[in-house]
Write a protein that binds this ligand. Structure first.
Ligand SMILES: [Zn+2]
Length: 423
C-alpha cells in the first residue's frame, strides 16, 4: 500500500508551466533529419542532456550517426531488480508545405489549451512529460525498488536507428518493462501491428511495343501476383480474422511499376517490373510463414506464367525463350507486439490512469510500428504505448496537443513508475 501523501507529493511536483515550457523549448528546435538543410536531432538531444544534468540525473549521449544522438537519462531510485524505461523520440517529420500551416511549425504557439507545432503531438510533448515525471519522482524524495531509464532516442520516424543502437550498446539488457511515449489520446495500448514489406521483381525480355512477340512481357505475372496477394489477404481475413484492437490484417500492393527503374515509354515493353507490398499483421499471424508463402508465390507465378506463354506460343506457332523470372526480397520484418494484460507494467499503467483520471482506462492497439517494436521483438521487453495527443494528428499540418491532457499524461507516467517499482 502506498500512502496517499506520497502520491500527492509526487503529483504536486508536476507543475504545468514547467512541462509546457520544456515542451515549447523542444518544439522550437527544428529536429527534422535533413542533412541538406542542416537540421538534425542533435540540438534537441543537447537540450535534454543539459536539462537532465541539472536535475541530477546520470546522463549519457551516444552518437548513433554523425549529428544524431541518443540521450540516456538514468535515475537509480533505489535497490531492486526492476528497471522501467520511458521511451520518447527527438526527431519529427517535415512540416511539408509551410503555406498550408496556420501556425509557425516551430513556434510552439498556445491558443486556449492547445499548443501548435511540429512535434507537439508526436512526440515532444510526451517526451517532456516523461522527463518531468522522472524529475517529479526524484524531487518527491520517494525511494523506489529499482531504476528508471529515460531513452531519448533519434530516428524513430525513419529507420529506427536510435532504438537499435540503444539495444546494441546493451542499454536494454536490464530493462524489465517500457512505456513508449507516443500520442495515443490517453488510451492504454498493449498491442501494435506488425509490418512485413516485400519487393517483387519480375524479369522478362525488353522489346518494341509493336513487336511484343520478340520479347517477353512481365505484365501477366504482375497481374497474377496482385490477384494472389488479394487471395492471401482474404485468407487472413478468415484466419486469424479481425483483431479486437488492431482491426484487419492487410496485404497491400502499394507500388506497381514497369520498368522497375528508368523512364517509361509507351512503345517500349520493359524488361523488368516491380511490385512493392506493404503487409500489416496482427497477433495470430506468423511472419516466417508469410515469408515462406511469398517465396512459394514467386515460384508458382513464375511457373504459371511460363506455362501460359508456352500454350500461347503453341497457338501462334512460336518457339520463344520463355525464361521469365519472379524474385522476392523482404525489405522490412517487424513483428506485431502483444503485452499481457496481467503484466506488471500494464497493471501499473492501469492503476495510474484510474488514480489520475478517476475513470477506467480504455485499451487499444497501435496501428503503426514504434521504437517499442524493437524492444519487444529483440529483447522480449513488455511494452505499453500511451501518451497525450489525438491519434489522427501526427504528421498533419497544424499539429497540436491538448495541454490539459499533457499534464495528465505526466502524472500518469509518474504514477506508473511508482506502482511498477513499488509493486
Ligand atoms: Zn512518434
Amino acid at each position: 500500500m502506498i500512502p496517499e501523501n506520497i502520491i500527492n507529493k509526487i503529483l504536486n511536483e508536476i507543475v504545468a508551466e514547467e512541462l509546457i515550457g520544456l515542451t515549447a523549448d523542444l518544439v522550437k528546435i527544428n529536429s527534422v533529419w535533413d542533412p541538406a538543410a542542416g537540421t538534425s536531432e542533435q540540438p534537441a538531444a543537447d537540450l535534454v542532456a543539459a536539462w537532465a544534468q541539472k536535475q541530477g540525473f546520470e546522463v549519457q549521449q551516444d552518437e548513433v550517426a554523425p549529428g544524431r544522438a541518443n540521450v540516456i537519462v538514468t535515475w537509480t531510485a533505489g535497490t531492486g531488480t526492476r528497471t522501467l524505461m520511458f521511451e520518447g523520440h527527438t526527431d519529427v517529420v517535415t512540416p511539408g508545405d509551410l503555406a498550408a500551416w496556420h501556425y509557425d511549425p516551430f513556434g510552439a504557439q498556445i491558443v486556449k489549451r492547445r499548443m501548435y507545432g511540429r512535434g507537439t503531438n508526436d512526440t515532444k510533448g510526451n517526451l517532456a512529460a516523461m522527463l518531468i515525471a522522472m524529475a517529479a519522482l526524484k524531487r518527491s524524495g520517494v525511494t523506489l525498488a529499482g531504476t528508471i531509464i529515460g531513452g531519448v532516442l533519434c530516428d524513430e520516424e525513419d529507420r529506427m536507428l536510435g532504438v537499435q543502437d540503444f539495444i546494441k550498446r546493451g542499454h536494454a539488457d536490464k530493462v524489465t518493462a517500457a512505456v513508449i511515449c507516443e500520442p495515443q489520446d490517453g488510451l492504454i495500448c498493449t498491442t501494435q501491428k506488425g509490418a512485413l514489406r516485400a519487393r517483387f521483381i519480375v524479369t522478362g525480355r525488353m522489346s518494341h511495343g509493336a513487336m511484343p512477340l520478340s520479347g517477353l512481357n512481365t505484365a501477366p505475372a504482375v497481374a497474377a501476383l496482385i490477384n494472389a496477394l488479394h487471395t492471401l489477404e482474404e485468407q487472413a481475413a478468415k484466419d486469424p480474422g479481425r483483431d479486437e484492437h488492431l482491426g484487419w490484417p492487410s496485404f497491400t500492393p502499394t507500388v506497381i511499376q514497369a520498368p522497375a527503374t528508368g523512364a517509361s515509354q509507351l512503345n517500349v515493353m520493359p524488361r523488368e517490373a516491380m511490385v512493392l507490398v506493404d503487409i500489416r499483421t496482427i497477433p495470430g499471424q506468423s511472419h516466417p510463414d508469410i515469408i515462406n508463402r511469398l517465396n512459394r508465390l514467386a515460384t508458382e507465378i513464375e511457373e504459371k506464367t511460363r506455362r501460359a506463354y508456352e500454350q500461347y506460343d503453341q497457338l501462334l506457332g512460336l518457339d520463344r525463350n520463355r525464361n521469365l523470372k519472379v524474385a522476392v526480397e523482404i525489405i522490412t520484418d517487424r513483428p506485431c507486439t502483444l503485452t499481457d494484460r496481467d503484466d506488471p507494467v500494464v497493471r501499473a499503467s492501469h492503476r495510474a490512469s484510474v488514480e489520475v483520471t478517476g475513470k477506467q482506462p480504455v485499451y487499444a492497439g497501435v496501428p503503426g510500428a514504434t521504437d517499442g517494436t524493437f524492444l519487444w521483438a529483440l529483447k522480449n521487453i513488455p511494452i505499453v504505448t500511451m501518451g497525450a495527443g489525438d491519434r489522427q494528428v501526427p504528421h498533419q499540418v497544424d499539429e497540436w496537443v491538448d495541454l490539459n491532457q499533457l499534464v495528465e499524461t505526466a502524472k500518469i507516467y509518474a504514477l506508473t513508475a511508482l506502482y511498477y517499482l513499488v509493486d
